[in-house]
Design a protein around this ligand. Structure first.
Ligand code: HEC
Ligand code: HEC
Length: 197
């Protein structure tokens, strides 16, 4: 057998392998993380928190008039339950839906931060200070993530004419209603980035 003669089978296997590698690199973002020097941890940080949930029009309509229709993943089931038990006096407002109340609560609980659909949002349930807090902005996880912001609460939030309340997630996280919260896309209106990044 002539060892110098290229083995045609070997050559085609090599070609297929090279071609697949090119395809992988070109088509898939997930694969990009695999070869980027930062590795998985960095890309995970970049992704931040991205909730996945089906849009419920009744929820949007009934609960999205005074503030964004918060993504269901930002509170645990018991919190949604607690909130719905007091919609007659909802932070000083009458907020009971005219219709579909049971359906909306069921939807929120199905995607809650302690549901099977929570994904990374199970973090929102970490070290809960009480079994059913009714504010996202009271959760220990939320407060921890916003410690730099809260240190300058008056200037960044309450006295900031384009924010006003920490409950207005969308003032700083543009796509909050779609469930997107990322360090690298967050922008506090009227504040220089270097003050909170
Ligand atoms: C009539 C206006 C109104 C409607 C309708 C309404 N809310 Fe609210 N909601 C408020 C106000 C006011 C606050 C307090 C906001 C603040 O402190 O800045 C609030 C706060 C909240 C918070 C806590 C936000 C935080 O600070 O973490 C949640 C959660 C919430 N609402 C859910 C709902 C749900 C679910 C519905 C539908 C059943 C709903 N809201 C309908 C007025 C409303
Ligand atoms: C005044 C502006 C402001 C408001 C309002 C605000 N956030 Fe944030 N948020 C920030 C900033 C700034 C960061 C990044 C903090 C850092 O880099 O340490 C952040 C970070 C986060 C993160 C972590 C993102 C990551 O990549 O780790 C989550 C989750 C989050 N916010 C959710 C919320 C929710 C939910 C609300 C509304 C209840 C909200 N935020 C309201 C400014 C805000």
């Amino acid at each position: 057998m002539n060892v110098n003669k290229p083995n045609p089978l070997h050559l085609s296997v090599t070609l297929v392998a090279a071609f697949s590698l090119v395809l992988l690199l070109a088509t898939s973002n997930a694969q990009a993380a695999w070869w980027s020097p930062g590795g998985d941890d960095d890309s995970d940080q970049q992704r931040g928190y991205q909730a996945e949930f089906p849009i419920n029009e009744n929820y949007r309509f009934e609960c999205g008039a005074c503030h964004i229709a918060y993504p269901p993943q930002v509170l645990p089931k018991a919190s949604w339950q607690n909130l719905f038990a007091n919609l007659g006096d909802h932070f000083g407002e009458a907020a009971a839906p005219d219709q579909h109340q049971a359906e909306i609560l069921n939807y929120l609980q199905n995607y809650a931060s302690d549901s099977a659909n929570a994904g990374k949002f199970k973090d929102f349930t970490k070290r809960l200070q009480s079994p059913a807090p009714v504010r996202i902005t009271e959760l220990n996880f939320w407060r921890l993530k916003h410690d730099k912001v809260l240190k300058k609460e008056a200037r960044f939030i309450t006295d900031n004419p384009d924010v006003g309340s920490a409950s207005r997630c969308n003032a700083c996280h543009e796509d909050a209603e779609q469930g997107l919260f990322q360090k690298h896309t967050v922008l506090i209106p009227n504040v220089e980035k270097r003050e909170y990044k």
